[in-house]
Design a protein around this ligand. Structure first.
Ligand code: HSE
Length: 439
């Protein structure tokens, strides 16, 4: 059987999981991939630590098992690039620095296939990476970059080619979902829940990206490129995170028969794709509301086949590792029949400003007779049809209440707020919070 030799750059949580599976399943993977799939080299700064943690023989690591300096690591990476004995490189270093970009470009320029879980890098530099791969006729596997073990890339790329994707929505960041679930189920504070998520290894090294929606927006941008063919720039997606979600918001959601979830949403309409990453109030009748803890879920709506749902582990060493190994096997077997299809259409990306959506607006107001009436009247004045007005939460000085609307636009809601401030400047105690409601 022909050899198919693998090198791994970066043997942390994900790289270690890849190595473990390649070693455990070597025989079976080789049968599936129709080649002798063999892990031959690993470059990692701390070989002993990685070897102990993942049970990987030390002799697979470059540098006699000693800790490496950055220069050592670069030297060994260069040796791998120049080696004719490596067929595929797994990049699990992470991050989107120029160094990482140059590393993956040299993998491709040195005529090796590339498999990566690096969503931040793909979100930022997809076009140059794919251009370089195509120029060198090499394949990029990136199944692990979106929702860990869930095979959403293959599904979007290969399985719906007989249909047209209209809408993708999902929970694509386990850390924020874990935090929100624990705040609801166990009454944890935001900080307590974040700490637990970090201890369990769900969070990125910089958890800011998990909390502020950045990590989820990287994943959504990759799916938008695949599903709708748009070479979307990350800064063109409107993103907000879960930092501002309060106990009151959670209690209004409960009153509205909803859960609050950080939702990735992209819908094609005419020549536009409306996209956002934002906390939404998800109706309990929508299955996304039932996804708790660090689990990820993606809902794809197609023109002909309707709703399709995938649920699974979005993070974790062996979970994400399994997605990388599945790419390795696929490339081993089919590389000469595969191509890197990525973006091809010119749809424009729009935020939800003029998109009809039902919203929940919570108002923090002066606590006095007539205020609820005044505000609901202003909502009606902008031709917004109200669905529900929730109970006022009275404190000594303020009352907070929320209004759920029938579908309307953000522009209409912003006009309501502008009119309230103009007519009675003292009524609003803080900026109202606006959250889409997902049915
Ligand atoms: N930190 C991510 C999450 C996992 O919490 O979902 C890797 O993307």
């Amino acid at each position: 059987m022909e050899n198919f030799r693998i090198a791994i750059l970066g043997c942390g949580t994900v790289g270690g999981g890849v190595a473990r599976i390649l070693l455990d399943m070597k025989g079976e993977l080789s049968k599936r991939g129709n080649k002798n799939i063999e892990l031959v080299k690993i470059v990692d700064m701390f070989p002993k630590k990685s070897s102990d943690k993942h049970g990987i023989p030390l002799n697979l690591f470059c540098g006699n098992g000693e800790d490496l300096t950055k220069d050592d690591a670069s030297k060994y990476i260069n040796e791998i690039m120049n080696s004719k004995d490596i067929d595929l490189v797994v990049e699990t270093i992470g991050g989107s620095s120029e160094y990482i970009l140059n590393t993956v470009l040299s993998v491709l320029n040195s005529k090796k296939h590339l498999v990566t879980a690096n969503k931040a890098l793909l979100a930022k530099y997809a076009s140059i990476i794919f251009e370089t791969a195509n120029k060198n006729q090499k394949i990029i596997g990136f199944e692990a970059s979106v929702c860990g073990a869930i095979p959403i890339i293959k599904v979007v790329k290969e399985c719906f080619t007989g249909d047209e994707i209209i809408l993708i929505s999902g929970i694509m960041n386990g850390t924020s979902n874990y935090i929100l679930s624990n705040m609801v189920e166990n009454g944890f504070s935001f900080d307590e829940a974040l700490k637990l998520a970090q201890q369990k290894g769900y969070a990125e090294s910089d958890p800011t990206l998990d909390i502020n929606g950045g990590d989820a927006s990287h994943k959504l941008s990759i799916l938008i490129k695949l599903a709708f063919g748009v070479d979307v720039k990350i800064e063109n997606i409107s993103v907000s995170g879960i930092q501002g979600v309060s106990k009151e918001d959670l209690s209004f959601a409960n009153e509205m028969d909803c859960k609050i979830k950080l939702i990735c949403f992209a819908q094609k309409k005419n020549d536009s794709v409306y996209a956002t990453v934002t906390p939404m109030m998800v109706k309990n009748s929508n299955f996304l509301s039932q996804i708790n803890g660090a689990t990820n879920a993606v809902r794809v709506i197609n023109k002909y086949s309707g709703e399709n749902i995938l649920i699974g582990k979005g993070a974790g060493s062996l979970e994400t590792g399994s997605a990388i190994v599945s790419d390795i096997v696929f490339i081993s077997k089919y590389s000469d029949k595969m191509s890197n299809v990525y973006s091809s259409s010119n749809y424009s990306i729009k935020d939800l400003n003029d998109f009809l959506f039902p919203y929940n607006i919570s108002f923090d107001t002066e606590d006095a007779p007539g205020i609820t009436g005044f505000i609901t009247t202003e909502v009606g004045n902008q031709n917004i049809n109200i669905d529900t007005v929730c109970h006022n939460r009275h404190s000594k000085e303020t009352a907070i209440f929320s209004i759920a609307t029938m579908p309307c636009t953000l522009s209409q809601i912003n006009k309501v707020i502008e009119e309230i401030k103009k007519k009675r400047p003292d009524v609003l105690k803080s900026q109202p919070k606006i959250m889409p409601i997902l049915y």
